[in-house]
Design a protein around this ligand. Sequence first.
Ligand SMILES: [Zn+2]
Length: 293
Amino acid sequence: MPLPSTDTTVLYASGGAESLVAEAVVLHLQPYGNGQEIVLLDRTPAHPVDRGWPDQGPDLGSIRADGRELPLVDVVVGATDGTNLFVGDDVPVRRGTEGWAFVVAHVLDAPSRIAVGDDVIVSVDATHRQALSVGHTLCHLASLALNAALADRWSKPAREDALGRADFDHEAIQSSTIVPDGSVDVFRLNKSLRRKGFATDGLGDALDAVAAEARETLTRWIATDAAVRIERDGDGLGDPRYWVCELPEGTARIPCGGTHVSSLGALRSASVALELGDDQGTATLTMRCSAAG
Ligand SMILES: [Zn+2]
């Protein structure tokens, strides 16, 4: 069973009907973990988790083969050099590395009795997908709103975000997690951030005001129902993709491999909570956002 030499075609960013249900051909099968099985397909609507930057988790769904419904227990980014398949944390190269194909590994909980060359239908749980898409769009929007609310704390010229403001999110992000209808971002308030010109003094007292300002910005943006689209250089898993949103301040374009709603109205409303913390001696700022979507 040769491994594929090209990326899996991914349909979840297409916005059409095939972003949730699509026919596909089985390219490769192999045992995995505790009696599980990995299925590689030529194309898929299922969004995989990328263990290198696991912000958006895997879709829920199933593979229908031969009249049988086989639930997906996980969907993970894998990579192959044609000889071996590496999955999840074991992927040794970055997307776009010459000579490597990036593939969506569909994980089943038991050997499937599917064969290479079989036609199957992949279905994604639409409700769960929608909740993650709302959360992911909110996550990008909230990073821009937080950057705006913190802009006056920079004393040196900083890298600019998609709207031309000092990019606190990029300079300080430690982890970003998309949850149904929301997101949790953790930022490091460390020495290197202060050296770049970001003032952390008095931030604790200012947190409520910063959160209120970010929420106001989000509310204003959501009210415009601005269009959101995914731009892509190709349909392969490894091809760069971008989240693009037409905000009143300008068009924001952010590299992103996830799924999104098609306009900001889908969020309906947003809440923002900020909290200072400590991670092994480094001060942190946690932002929790939630949409009514
Ligand atoms: Zn993203």
